[in-house]
Design a binder for this molecule. Structure first.
Ligand code: BG6
Length: 478
């Protein structure tokens, strides 16, 4: 369904995120016929380009970052005609009146802040003082949204001086992933799962976001952040919220976000025995984390595993194990709901026991698997085995599967539609930091040194031990 006509300004329009994700994503929406033919995209940045140069940069970005089969020269040409460029000084007054002159009346106006958070306040202020944005305009901001509660509050305050919360779209691109939304469809569109979705039937839940990439190339940024700030405070906590929240009354922004917020606020503080941090070692031909970070004594974690507890009626007593890291064995992101054993085995212990498990795969090979117990086929008597009921979205959706791959394009279209359901509200972000801050402060105060782990392994041994201590084990990263 096409969205209404719009002018979208991308601050940082020639930057890395714009070239990799935002512009190729918009191009794909253009090809899909979702972007109206009159819609316009205006790149705004400090560099001295003209529109022709900007179009050349975007063309190269589409060829590099859009999948091959969607690169059609004629379509690219049509798309590029929708693009303009303006040079603006975020901290000065240059360029803003020119930008104002480019904006049309009577279309949706959206401003994407694909720049460092330190510029959010300056840009927001100039959009207002130059009369460029009105009270219907939308602004889109990216993570990192602060590095602790204090800085996140300051950013929220800076934006709130000029824009209402209903105009602010804080992106967490994990919320745009197809499977993540499917999680809500599975939970709230079926009657099968929800009655079992609580501590009476669920033994524990594992959320793994494993990456094979290291931090080389962005070591300096990453070293100031670490896995907790870079991944857990945002992406993993969003996944945790969606898996643990109560059913919202409607699939509408505030109903969903109210429920997510309650989960974050119910998270218990974590004792340091339930946190394992790690750093990858060097291989024969690749540097160690510390070398990538450019600091031989760095104490920043490239891996973290945590045992979280949610203090509420539904989840009291059910641990949620979160784990994420760089240079792990495989790129593999999964949420696994591990159910309890059946209360009594009528077949006797020798038949074997297998707990049910629901695995929701985010990437790669997005899909779901439900493990169920059946009788081992054959004449060997009643022996139990588990078999997977498997659903791969790519197979189920066939040719359309490629359409579902990118989170950014979906989220940008939601901005134009004015739908904030998949965006984080200011109080959510603050609550997430309020839970994260004391954990970071505590390991810093203790002088905790991350455990080394072999590159391309499953992470430090201590993470496995954390689960073994209580008779559980991580799902294999493969
Ligand atoms: C980003 C993090 O937010 O998410 C990166 O800053 C990480 O460190 C990336 O690699 C992972 O995103 P995806 O979509 O590739 O899982």
């Amino acid at each position: 369904i096409p969205v209404d006509d719009f002018d979208l300004v991308i601050f940082g329009g020639t930057g890395d995120l714009a070239r990799r994700k935002i512009l190729p994503g918009l191009y794909r929406r253009f090809c899909a016929g979702q972007m109206p033919p009159t819609a316009r995209i205006i790149g705004a940045a400090r560099s001295e380009h003209d529109t022709e140069e900007f179009r050349r940069i975007v063309r190269a970005a589409i060829l590099e970052f859009s999948s091959k089969h969607s690169c059609d020269e004629a379509l690219i040409g049509d798309f590029l005609k929708r693009l303009d460029y303006v040079q603006v000084d975020a901290r000065g007054e240059d360029g803003w009146d020119a930008l104002k002159g480019m904006m049309r009346d009577d279309v949706i106006k959206a401003y994407y802040f694909s720049v460092a958070p330190s510029l959010f306040g300056d840009i927001a202020e100039r959009l207002m003082s130059h009369g460029i944005a009105d009270d219907k305009a939308r602004i889109v901001v990216e993570k990192p949204f602060g590095r602790d509660l204090k800085t996140a509050k300051a950013l929220n305050r800076d934006l709130a001086k000029h824009f209402d919360e209903t105009q602010i779209y804080r992106i967490d691109h994990y919320l745009g992933k197809e499977t993540v939304q499917n999680l809500m469809a599975v939970r709230f569109g079926n009657i099968l799962f929800e009655p079992l979705w609580n501590s009476q039937y669920v033994d524990h839940i594992q959320i793994t976001v494993a990456e094979t990439v290291g931090v080389g190339g962005r070591g300096e940024y990453y070293d100031r952040s670490g896995a907790m700030r870079d991944m857990v405070q945002n992406h993993l906590m969003q996944l945790l919220c969606l898996i643990a929240m109560e059913p919202p009354s409607r699939f509408e922004p505030d109903s969903v976000r109210d429920e997510k917020l309650k989960v974050i606020r119910a998270l218990e503080p974590i004792d340091h025995h339930h946190i394992v941090r790690g750093q990858y070692d060097a291989t024969d031909d690749e540097p160690s984390y510390r070398e990538d970070a450019g600091d031989p004594r760095s104490r920043t974690e490239s891996f973290i595993a945590l045992r979280c507890m949610i203090s509420n009626w539904r989840w009291a007593g059910t641990p949620f194990f979160l784990r994420t890291g760089k240079k792990l064995k495989a790129r593999n992101s999964e949420i696994a709901v591990v159910f309890k054993d059946a209360p009594h085995s009528i077949f006797g212990e020798e038949a074997g026991r297998h707990a049910n498990l629901l695995s929701i795969r985010l990437q790669p090979n997005e899909g779901m698997t439900l493990k169920v117990t059946i009788k081992e086929p054959g004449p060997g008597g009643m022996r139990l085995i588990d078999v997977p009921l498997d659903m791969s979205f790519a197979e189920a959706l066939g040719e359309d599967a490629e359409e579902i791959t990118d989170a950014y394009e979906r989220l940008i279209m939601d901005v134009i539609r004015g739908n904030q359901t998949l965006f984080m509200r200011g109080d959510e972000v603050e609550a997430a930091w309020a839970w994260t801050d004391p954990l970071i402060e505590s390991w810093e105060a203790r002088g905790d040194v991350p455990k080394p782990y072999e590159a391309y392994s499953s992470g430090p041994e201590e993470a496995a031990i954390m689960l073994h201590r209580e008779g559980r084990r991580w799902r294999e990263i493969k």
